[in-house]
Design a protein around this ligand. Structure first.
Ligand SMILES: Cc1cc2nc3c(=O)[nH]c(=O)nc-3n(C[C@H](O)[C@H](O)[C@H](O)COP(=O)(O)OP(=O)(O)OC[C@H]3O[C@@H](n4cnc5c(N)ncnc54)[C@H](O)[C@@H]3O)c2cc1C
Length: 493
């Protein structure tokens, strides 16, 4: 394989708030920057845009986070940065001293981008929850339902139940109501907030009034449209013949354990599940970066210092892979990472670094409050799977098969051993769907802490790419660029 190689000062994976902020900051300082994102445009999850031909009012995300509009406008007009859109970053390699290589898949080819520094800003994804019936058509993650709505104005159903314990669920509720669909109930697993919690959270509010008013507006809309919002309620089962027809909701105690004889059934044709987000750390882990277990921050998150440097030389992290903390923290961390890199490669940026650190310190308490308030009980969620429930959707492995294996092999305490024997985590998603359920099954069976069960080893390619993109000796054409926008786009046939 002799893929075409290009050289940059800084290669960034992810064009969300973290990656975009870093790219624009580094470009301003004169660094040669490349940004890779698998989406067709910049914005990441929060500022995801519909196609330009769709007419729509500006998303409320731009009101809550006003820096977003400026970021997107600057990104659109910046022709110095090399934008690799519709491109999957699938592996990090360390062939030479003084830099790293990033392998990307674009237009059916693999290309290598060589960077003196690499910033991993790969965001987060919805926490998958394996419960009976979760594989039925019509059951989606809250982020998935929102993505369809934001990017294509499509609703996956007409009558939803929203179940979870994450603020994204409330944002989605508002967007679904605006789209004219019915919400039968919003089932929040955590208990109704206590006065002392509200008072403690109040201290994090200064500087975040916009978000507070947005949330108040959503509660008012739910009340006005008579949407029931119930706390201490867990989605425990989904049923239907060819797609979802009914759900079972159950009252739970403060540890999210179901209370006997409290089950009730609701008729729906769509389910949105939003118990939290997991940090996208696959690329960082494949690159060799160390991780920490922080369940309230998105599971395993990338270890970093004050300057956003990871444990691997030349590799930085910003945004959700460094711990799920929302768009504002991602924006501040992107800036801090870029300034640290600028200081190393180009010029002294000490004053700006101090200002960026101060901004991050101001943003953090609000993120901490939200994380503590909505922290998912991962142990309780993992107990929802029955023996028959599929936990690994790629390799068709049930919870019962994993339990049977664990009982037959009492020495096994690691999820990587379960992966080798049961194949859970060996499919194209590389364990993104099943890792947490398997880890909790092992932890419960062996009576050990869940982080002691380990983490699936991340292998290149971290996302599925065709083998043919690796075997061709010469790319058919040089790395394509769009002359006007300096953007590289992949059109799917
Ligand atoms: C589905 C979803 C919807 C959300 N909606 C909202 C919302 O409406 N409001 C809100 O306040 N918060 C929302 N959030 C949370 C929000 O994503 C974060 O607060 C914020 O966007 C984090 O910014 P970031 O830059 O860290 O990551 P992101 O914005 O997630 O950006 C990461 C980018 O990296 C790209 N990427 C990841 N891996 C690769 C790879 N291997 N190769 C190439 N590209 C890659 C992704 O395509 C993505 O564009 C949502 C989260 C998710 C998962």
């Amino acid at each position: 394989m002799q893929p075409e190689t290009r050289n940059y000062d800084l290669v960034i994976v992810g064009a969300g708030p973290a990656g975009l902020t870093a790219a624009l900051q580094a470009d301003k300082a004169g660094l040669h920057v490349a940004v890779v994102d698998e989406q067709a445009a910049s914005g990441g999850q929060i500022f995801r845009q519909p196609p330009a031909t769709f007419k729509a009012p500006l998303s409320s995300a731009f009101t809550s986070y006003p820096f977003g509009k400026e970021l997107l406008e600057q990104a659109r007009s910046n022709t110095r940065i090399q934008w690799y859109y519709s491109s999957i970053a699938w592996g990090v390699f360390h062939p030479v001293k003084g830099g790293v290589q990033l392998a990307i898949f674009q237009q059916e080819q693999t290309y290598l981008l060589e960077g003196r520094k690499l910033l991993i800003a790969t965001g987060a994804y919805d926490l998958p929850v394996a419960l009976p019936g979760w594989t039925l058509p019509g059951v989606m993650s809250a982020g998935g339902v929102q993505t369809l709505l934001k990017s294509q104005f499509l609703c996956s159903a007409q009558r939803y139940v929203l179940a979870g314990s994450h603020p994204l669920l409330l944002l989605l509720a508002e967007q679904l109501l605006d789209a004219g669909v019915q919400i039968q109930e919003i089932a929040i697993a955590r208990p109704r907030p206590q006065l002392r919690e509200i008072l403690a959270g109040w201290r994090a509010l200064p500087d975040h009034w916009r978000l507070f008013f947005q949330l108040t507006g959503i509660f008012f809309k739910l009340w006005h449209k008579r949407v029931p919002l119930r706390f201490s309620t867990l989605l425990t089962r989904v049923e239907g013949k060819d797609r979802v027809e009914r759900v079972t909701l159950t009252d739970v105690d403060s540890c999210w354990a179901p209370i006997p004889d409290t089950e009730r059934s609701l008729k729906v044709d769509g389910v949105a599940i939003g118990y939290g987000l997991l940090a996208s750390t696959e690329l960082a882990r494949q690159a060799g970066c160390q991780v920490n277990w922080q369940p309230e921050r998105g599971g395993w998150v990338v270890k970093h210092d004050e300057e956003m440097r990871t444990s691997m030389e030349h590799i930085y992290v910003a945004g959700e892979p460094a711990g799920v903390s929302g768009a504002e923290v991602a924006h501040c961390q992107g800036q801090l990472a870029a300034l640290s890199i600028i200081a190393l490669l180009k010029s002294d940026a000490a004053t700006e670094v101090v200002a960026a650190r101060r901004a991050l310190r101001r943003a953090q308490p609000f993120a901490d409050t939200v994380a503590a308030f909505f922290a998912p009980r991962l142990d309780a969620l993992a107990r929802l799977a029955t023996n028959e429930t599929l936990i690994c959707r790629c390799e068709d492995v049930t919870a019962g098969q994993v339990s049977e294996f664990l009982q037959a092999h009492p020495h096994v305490t690691s999820i990587n051993s379960v992966k080798l024997a049961c194949r859970s985590g060996m499919g194209p998603c590389q364990g993104r769907y099943c890792q947490h359920t398997v880890a909790h099954l092992v932890a419960a069976e062996r009576d050990i802490a869940v982080n002691q069960t380990g983490i699936y080893t991340a292998q290149a390619p971290i996302k599925p790419i065709p083998l043919t993109s690796l075997v061709s000796n010469q790319p058919e054409s040089p790395l394509p660029t769009d002359k006007n926008q300096n953007m590289i786009m992949r059109q799917k046939p």
